[in-house]
Design a protein around this ligand. Structure first.
Ligand SMILES: [Zn+2]
Length: 118
């Protein structure tokens, strides 16, 4: 993967994560408390794992799901696995990553996965 491209995606992911954090904070007092207790320099330092189950249940499921995907994508950047499909290990096309920076699977695997989960 092109380093410059990965950096761009990382910036984008961090920005999206911060936006979700802001929206969750306005949505839930519990979430607010977690964020305040952590006193992070940066909202993006909070991982979705830091949020306890009860709080998670009160949050918008879509936001939480996206947050987890973003966290996974960020950790895959750390491990230099970003841009490779989780399932088949093939490269995910950069157009797909540009559209969905937290895409973890290529289109073929993603559609197989969605069929199986239905
Ligand atoms: Zn795949």
């Amino acid at each position: 993967m092109d380093k410059v491209f990965v950096e761009e995606m990382k910036t984008d992911l961090m920005k999206q994560k911060e936006e979700i954090m802001q929206s969750l904070m306005s949505e839930s007092d519990d979430f607010n408390a977690i964020v305040k207790a952590k006193q992070p320099k940066d909202l993006a330092d909070i991982a979705s794992d830091d949020i306890d189950r009860n709080t998670l249940e009160t949050l918008s499921a879509n936001d939480v799901k996206r947050l987890r995907l973003i966290d996974s994508a960020l950790s895959r950047i750390e491990n230099e696995r970003y841009g490779l499909c989780m399932r088949c290990n093939k490269k995910i096309p950069s157009e797909r990553l540009k559209a969905i920076p937290y895409a973890l699977m290529c289109i073929e695997c993603k559609s197989t996965d969605e069929r199986q989960n239905r």
